[in-house]
Design a protein around this ligand. Structure first.
Ligand SMILES: Cc1cc2nc3c(=O)[nH]c(=O)nc-3n(C[C@H](O)[C@H](O)[C@H](O)COP(=O)(O)OP(=O)(O)OC[C@H]3O[C@@H](n4cnc5c(N)ncnc54)[C@H](O)[C@@H]3O)c2cc1C
Length: 423
């Protein structure tokens, strides 16, 4: 991907690794979301590991091994090293921007397209790959203009290209960790020490997948336990029994994505049925699929395994009866929580669950927050710090849909213009 032109070089990357290792998963997930052409070669025996990847055994710490089209071989690379190798890791080209956007999900990418096309010097900071949660959707069927649906990765790649075409800079694999805002200028500090100065900022950092909250959950991340719809995993599920936790649309989409490869799919829900939580079109498809079952009034209460997930405990919420079942694949689709601790440090008002409060929602009993420094009221998507806006899922009261995130990204840019004209 030549960052200045936004054109993407074809790259066939080969990834060799244990299919049930967390490191293999994070590379697969990153490449899939980034729309990179790659082949994953699963290694399940020591012989395969020696013959195909030139390492001693299939749990060798040098795995996963990545091979790039120019012959470069990387052992157990980090996402940042892969980004660098693909030529996507760039430094900011300017000392100051008009607009800094944090997060390259639908809201951030939309803000980038509108900001850059309106002539604002625009930079986007993204901690991982472009696309956000939408990038983990196998098929978004309710996005305007795509009657046959579009994969999240495809939608994100189109948006990235469009934003780059208008001159937006996208800094991938960089995480914003801290902010400092004074009248007319803001500074964002990235995890690697880079400082981004901009006249206005948009926070479009969305939400982080909610965890089950089980004691050993982190150990199984990517090693049997996955968050979101696991689009990069479908090809590995041939003949497998898959468990999906959650009754919302992301869980329904995951089930439909796996339906033709997995042998059996069990959807674990706390409610009595899917009718309150799932769109009708997905309910109809789930009911019509012979290999999908719904386990109502059920929770996952424990995870078991050594290197990877082997079994889970299911508990009946009514009788409290427990049963332990074999499970190698568990997809958790139970919504998300915003990651906005940085906002608290700079005095941005959040609601009790951490979402950023904006515009009219900041006015309580006809009063603005005591910290609001201006005569005028905050613009519609403006936070309690002038010049800092929020768009998409991270915003208090947002709709949690692709189209609304895209709409808010565009709308936030309109308010950025107003702010820049009259801070
Ligand atoms: C599996 C799945 C399927 C879905 N299907 C549909 C659907 O069919 N239709 C629909 O309308 N909606 C769907 N949704 C919901 C939709 O994807 C979200 O509402 C939408 O992605 C929200 O966009 P966003 O830009 O606000 O946030 P996100 O998509 O969450 O993007 C936020 C981005 O910010 C980045 N970020 C976070 N913190 C930082 C930081 N500190 N520094 C830099 N970057 C950071 C993240 O890495 C991420 O890329 C689905 C969601 C999921 C999970």
């Amino acid at each position: 991907m030549a960052e200045s032109s936004g054109t993407k070089a074809p790259a066939l990357v080969k990834v060799y690794g244990d299919p049930r290792s967390s490191a293999s998963y994070s590379i697969r997930d990153f490449l899939h979301r980034s729309d990179v052409d790659f082949e994953f070669v699963p290694l399940t025996t020591d012989e395969e590991a020696r013959a195909k990847a030139g390492v001693l055994h299939f749990r060798d710490s040098r795995l996963p091994v990545c091979e790039f089209p120019d012959g470069t071989r990387m052992e157990c690379p980090t996402i940042r090293q892969i980004t660098e190798k693909l030529g996507w890791f760039v430094n900011p080209s300017r000392s100051e921007y008009d607009l800094a956007i944090y997060g390259a999900g639908p809201a951030g990418l939309s803000a980038a397209v509108y900001g850059a096309s309106d002539g604002l010097k625009t930079v986007v900071v993204e901690r991982g790959a472009v696309g956000g949660q939408a990038g983990s959707s196998s098929c978004i069927e309710n996005y305007l203009g795509f009657s046959k649906g579009i994969s999240g990765a495809d939608l994100a790649e189109r948006a990235r290209e469009q934003a780059c075409k208008f001159g937006a800079e996208i800094l991938l694999a960089r995480k914003g960790v801290r902010g400092q805002f004074t009248a007319g200028k803001g500074a964002g500090y990235l995890e690697d020490g880079t400082k981004i100065i901009a006249r206005a900022s948009i926070c479009a950092t969305g939400v982080e997948y909610r965890r089950l909250g089980l004691p050993n959950e982190g150990r199984f991340l990517g090693a049997g336990v996955f968050y979101g719809a696991g689009v990069s995993e479908a090809s590995l599920l041939k003949g497998e029994h898959v468990y999906i936790v959650g009754g919302g649309n992301s869980a329904g989409q995951a089930a439909m994505h796996f339906v033709s490869t997995a042998k059996r799919i069990s959807i674990v829900i706390r409610e009595d049925s899917l009718t309150q939580t799932l769109s009708k079109y997905l309910i109809d498809r789930i009911q019509a699929a012979p290999n999908v079952e719904v386990l109502p009034r059920t929770e996952v209460s424990a995870l078991h395994g050594d290197h990877a997930l082997d079994e889970i405990t299911l508990v009946d919420r009514t009788s409290r009866q427990e049963r332990r079942v074999q499970a190698h694949w568990l997809f958790v689709c139970i919504g998300g929580v915003p990651q906005t601790d940085w906002a608290q440090d700079v005095g941005i008002v959040r609601d009790e669950t951490g979402y950023l409060v904006t515009g009219p929602d900041l006015i309580i009993g006809e009063k603005l927050p005591a910290s609001w420094p201006l005569e005028r009221a905050p613009y519609y998507l403006e936070t309690s710090v002038p010049g800092v806006f929020a768009a998409g899922d991270v915003r208090h009261g947002s709709v949690k849909r692709c189209a609304s995130a895209v709409g808010e990204g565009a709308m936030a840019v309109a308010f950025v213009h107003r702010y820049l004209q009259r801070p």
